[in-house]
Write a protein that binds this ligand. Sequence first.
Ligand SMILES: Nc1nc2c(c(=O)[nH]1)N[C@H]1C(S)=C(S)[C@@H](COP(=O)(O)OP(=O)(O)OC[C@H]3O[C@@H](n4cnc5c(=O)[nH]c(N)nc54)[C@H](O)[C@@H]3O)O[C@H]1N2
Ligand SMILES: Nc1nc2c(c(=O)[nH]1)N[C@H]1C(S)=C(S)[C@@H](COP(=O)(O)OP(=O)(O)OC[C@H]3O[C@@H](n4cnc5c(=O)[nH]c(N)nc54)[C@H](O)[C@@H]3O)O[C@H]1N2
Ligand code: SF4
Ligand SMILES: [Mo]
Length: 701
Amino acid sequence: MNATPKITRHPSVCPHDCPSACALDVEVIDGTTIGRVYGARDQSYTAGVICAKVARYAERIHHPDRLLYPLKRTGPKGSRSFERISWDEAIATIAREFTAREARHGAQTIWPYYYAGTMGRVMRDGINRLTHAKKYSRFNGTICTNLAWPGFIAGTGKLAGPDPREMAKADCVVIWGTNAVATQVNVMTHAIAARKERGAKIVVIDIYDNATMQQADMALCLRPGTDGALACAVMHVLFRDGLADWDYLERYTDAPRELEAHLRTRGPEWGARITGLSVAQIEAFAHLVGQTKRTFFRLGYGFSRQRNGAVNMHAASCIAAVTGAWLHEGGGAFHNNGHIYGWKQAFHEGHALRDDNVRVLDQSQIGRSLTGDAEALKGGPPVTAMLIQNTNPMSVAPEQALVAQGFAREDLFTVVHEQFMTETAAMADIVLPATMFLEHDDIYSGGGHQYVEFAGKLIDPPGECRSNHDVIAALAKALGAEHPGFGMTPRALIANILQESGLPSLETLEKVNWVDVQPDFEASHYTRGFAWPDGKFRFKPDWPAVPYVKAGGKSVGLAGPWAAMPTFPDHWEVLEEADADHPFRLATSPARSFLNSTFSETASARKREGRPEVLIHPDDAAGLGVASGDRVRLGNARGSVVVHAKVFEGVQRGVLVCEGVWPNACFIEGRGINTLTGADSPAPFGGAAFHDNKVWVKREV
Ligand SMILES: Nc1nc2c(c(=O)[nH]1)N[C@H]1C(S)=C(S)[C@@H](COP(=O)(O)OP(=O)(O)OC[C@H]3O[C@@H](n4cnc5c(=O)[nH]c(N)nc54)[C@H](O)[C@@H]3O)O[C@H]1N2
Ligand SMILES: Nc1nc2c(c(=O)[nH]1)N[C@H]1C(S)=C(S)[C@@H](COP(=O)(O)OP(=O)(O)OC[C@H]3O[C@@H](n4cnc5c(=O)[nH]c(N)nc54)[C@H](O)[C@@H]3O)O[C@H]1N2
Ligand code: SF4
Ligand SMILES: [Mo]
């Protein structure tokens, strides 16, 4: 008789691309099987709470559709005809194809392409070592943070702020441009604690009445891309009504008198016209934050995904400097803690081998690069081979029509290392099966908190899955790339990264699982001055001086119309505004049960999300003769998609919201929402303005 296996519980870390980077407590049933996943109770930011997606991770990790063996394509591109091959054959084929293309076009014809499908530092970033060792085209990961982070750093000089747990000690929490209930549930844990324990007010600023706005005491539903106008009107009221903290302004900021003068023409009527909010709403919000010193501005990514997003992020962060909220526990502005960790990965990523003459290609412009756009290719050779890890550009990248055309090229040799047969993997020549986080070792840190976290391998992978590091190491060997990192274990690389970054050792981390590296109150609240040489918060940003370092440890360089950015916070008119031919503005907001395109493979998430739908205001729907459930075609110069309409009161007129990066195949004509999004580079460092699209709408008969 078999004994019932004894379920044990082990610490781990959620690896997904989410600011919460939750500390987990995982049930392990046997050497290859997990049970339920819980939030760790004794990690003080996670505090026992995780999202439903990851609580039922057993469904994803033990999914019958997981990729288990290397595959090679046997039919036309995208036909999903593959046959199983051995790892030896897969690696030898890749080496042969890469080498042949390199011989013909030079090394830059090969473009390793990755993103944050895992946030583990070993598994996510190791691909750069191969890139630099082989002088392949370098990668500029613009898709997510390029508008948001520089916008925040422009004021403070640093990507850091008050301890995120201080939200629980605030008297007012402003949740701005993040649908936290869906995208980073732990923000709600701490904000709701403040409401329960201190009677704090929760303000939510978004473009539609989403699950987070439904939790708000004050809900501000504005037009997309107008947050800069809201911030200016609020600051105007603060100056006008004696709610600006002049002691603070004189001591800690660069140009308060000039700012006050600049805002004189930007009052609540001006703000109301641009945002679509009422004068009374703007005044009430300004008075609330002006009279509540302990106001915690929790600034998300969503409102930065507009062509003026960096300006808007900066403008929102300025309010805390006008009220002087920064000096108070529970007060200040927070976007991300990226700079507190001091991560250094020069060894791990092979920076010593980096050649700055090698071109850097823009992640967001993959459609342009693959279809031969000379500007996107920086005048260099065509891309004829790709190695892709941790990302699914055939669903998530903008200008999908070009992306699909590019991946369909018969002369493009594509290798995709994946956990599932994603839409990108389906276009590959060689598909390699990848481990999941519980099947390998790695380290993590939270953008939304302050812990460095270790997660060790808990179970064996199924089939022949290999980790990213193992694949990179095997390819390096076959391609003759040399660097000591290729011969190291993930644990040795973890130890190296921690040491280079001046963080606690792997031994320490393994004992305690996570280490709190929150700087002290003075540093977090900038009481000794902000992180610019003069110590002042900048109302007048010097955009080229903003330390935004990516792309293999190098600054990424300015992009877009950065020289035309306004001197002071403002409503910067560079949006893709509605016009006579495109009367609507479309935002492509995240879905609660998916994480970007991840989880769209699990039945429970599909069931919860239903089908792709576009939310439309009742009056707009009436004008178009559209009812809920009707099919509508949305279009612009980039293409068109057909989707079901859902009439919805909680958006402004003229605004459409389509939630979730569904696979293209789930849309009625097989073209997904990113058909409509653009890949032009916004200022100042590029990016992708996913929520800033003009479209027309027609009812389909
Ligand atoms: N469930 C779930 N969780 C996720 C993700 C997911 O797709 N699904 N994605 C993960 C990733 S990669 C990231 S980067 C984070 C992002 O998470 P967030 O910081 O929440 O950012 P977004 O998801 O882009 O958008 C947040 C909200 O901003 C709104 N918004 C759009 N334009 C504007 C605007 O102009 N002004 C204002 N005020 N609001 C606007 C959107 O409608 C949305 O409701 O979430 C992570 N977590
Ligand atoms: N319309 C629209 N498009 C968007 C957005 C939006 O709001 N609207 N948001 C954008 C944002 S913020 C982001 S960050 C991007 C994200 O876009 P992606 O980076 O493409 O994110 P995912 O879609 O989740 O895909 C990650 C993939 O990595 C795989 N993966 C996970 N772990 C591992 C691993 O250890 N090894 C390997 N080899 N693979 C692994 C997963 O199976 C998954 O298929 O999408 C962007 N696209
Ligand atoms: S909230 Fe984010 S970090 Fe936490 S478990 Fe869910 S996806 Fe992972
Ligand atoms: Mo993201």
